[in-house]
Unconditional design. Structure first.
Length: 249
């Protein structure tokens, strides 16, 4: 009887030790994850980090960020006074995003980026003009950004307005910048109307392509930087419904 009680006691002790080790490992993993998340939420891009990262690595970071955005695992950013103070001495963003004006497209959130990570230029229809080209040259040539993203989006009112040939104040002139994309879409097989979502997307994608071509043809600085591999210029189409990105060739 005594031997049996000793064996049972030994069994319970072993189970206790195993459980204790499991809890310790689990807690260590939790602590490690919390430390990792804290580092991201508190992190501000430095000049050394910006200089060492490649355009392809930045692009992958933005793809991963969009995956976090869509999976509900977006980083909880620390925007405290301490973090705001960290960016007052200079800025070293990784990328420049040219986005539409649309309020439903929160650029930094879409790519899960924080303070000091990205330059954002916005105009209805995400086209380029001299001012935006100058801003891109500043972002890349002067400030060291490694990636330019031209981002169109689903249900774009500017694209629909250009298709419908809207005439209204300064909007008329603004929409003229999108008209080349309509000319590029003549081979669309289907109803060419703003009520046809497939056609609107087709024009939208051509508008992204046209904007990229305009960047390369009208900015010798940016074109040369892309040729020598200092930067990468890509186009993406953002779905309002899914939050996901489609890359435009």
């Amino acid at each position: 009887m005594i031997i049996r009680l000793i064996k049972i006691g030994s069994l319970f002790m072993n189970l206790f030790l195993i459980a204790s080790c499991s809890i310790k490992i689990h807690n260590n993993k939790q602590d490690s994850n919390l430390d990792y998340l804290a580092n991201i939420s508190n992190h501000v891009m430095t000049k050394a980090e910006q200089e060492s990262i490649t355009p392809d690595e930045v692009l992958q970071e933005f793809k991963d960020g969009n995956n976090r955005f869509n999976s509900g695992n977006a980083t909880i950013r620390n925007h405290s006074e301490q973090i705001r103070s960290a960016v007052t001495g200079g800025q070293f963003p990784k990328a420049m995003v040219l986005s539409c004006l649309d309020s439903r497209v929160p650029v930094e959130d879409v790519f899960d980026q924080g303070l000091g990570d990205v330059f954002v230029g916005r105009v209805a229809g995400n086209f380029v003009n001299r001012d935006l080209l100058g801003s891109m040259e500043f972002a890349c040539k002067v400030s060291g950004a490694k990636l330019i993203i031209v981002m169109g989006h689903q249900h774009c009112g500017a694209i629909k307005g250009a298709i419908d040939d809207v005439k209204l104040g300064n909007i008329t002139s603004m929409l003229s910048n999108i008209k080349p994309a309509i000319s590029m879409s003549k081979n669309f097989d289907g109803q060419k109307s703003s009520s046809n979502e497939a056609y609107v997307k087709f024009v939208n994608e051509n508008n992204i392509r046209n904007t990229i071509n305009e960047i390369k043809s009208k900015s010798e600085i940016l074109n040369e930087m892309e040729i020598n591999g200092s930067i990468k210029i890509v186009g993406v189409y953002y779905s309002l419904l899914t939050g996901k990105l489609e890359f435009i060739n």
